[in-house]
Write a protein that binds this ligand. Structure first.
Ligand SMILES: [Zn+2]
Length: 210
């Protein structure tokens, strides 16, 4: 599967899983100096590889008839400043709830470590602007995920599959937290508890053999 075909596959998946409604949300994947990105204004479950524009990291259009997603400047800012090879941005429900009501998603489950622990909410700025791209880059520092105030979420990965799974995890963590708040006061894991998880993951106990 080439990188434009991959975009179509994950675009369909994002819609099927309810992470994206209609044309909201955008995905990109980098191959060397070339970035394939979902087009502006197209339903993500109806993409063909030819519909997906290819740009360079400076934002010059290299291939494709359609305009790249309006959020492309944010994707490119991430590629220029991190080792990410893929970026997924959605307006998923629980991520957007957290992004409109809080300044961060605290670690209520140890799987938050897979995203870098606490997920920060980037300050609000108009969609598609360099200002928003800058705010997101700041919130993403050292992490695999960020939320965007009154907007949605963004995740990065070494592959599109990784970035996509990070988006699913981010949405799940936001849902657990939001639903938890409806039931009571969710306990937040301490630095010590999180450090113990890392320690455990690095040194898994071996089962003795008979
Ligand atoms: Zn958006």
């Amino acid at each position: 599967m080439n990188f434009r075909e991959e975009l179509c596959a994950y675009g369909r998946k994002a819609v099927e899983l309810g992470l994206v409604i209609g044309t909201s949300g955008n995905l990109s994947v980098r191959d060397g100096d070339r970035v394939a990105v979902t087009p502006s204004g197209a339903a993500l479950d109806r993409l063909t590889p030819q519909m997906c524009p290819v740009v360079d990291v400076e934002g010059f259009l290299l291939e494709g008839e359609l305009q790249p997603s309006s959020e492309t400047p944010m994707h490119l800012a991430i590629y220029r400043t991190t080792d990410a090879r893929a970026v997924v941005h959605t307006h998923s429900v629980f991520g957007t709830v957290v992004a409109t009501t809080m300044t961060e998603l605290p670690p209520v489950h140890y799987n938050a470590l897979l995203l870098g622990g606490t997920v920060k909410v980037a300050e609000y700025a108009t969609y598609g602007t360099p200002e928003l791209a800058g705010n997101v880059r700041e919130a993403l520092a050292g992490k695999r995920a960020a939320l965007m105030a009154n907007h949605g979420g963004v995740t990065i990965g070494a592959t599109l599959e990784q970035a996509f799974e990070a988006t699913r995890l981010l949405e799940w963590l936001c849902e657990v937290y939001v639903r938890g708040l409806g039931v009571g006061s969710p306990a937040i894991l301490s630095e010590e508890q999180l450090a113990a998880v890392v320690e455990r993951a690095l040194n898994p106990p071996e089962f003795p053999r008979r």
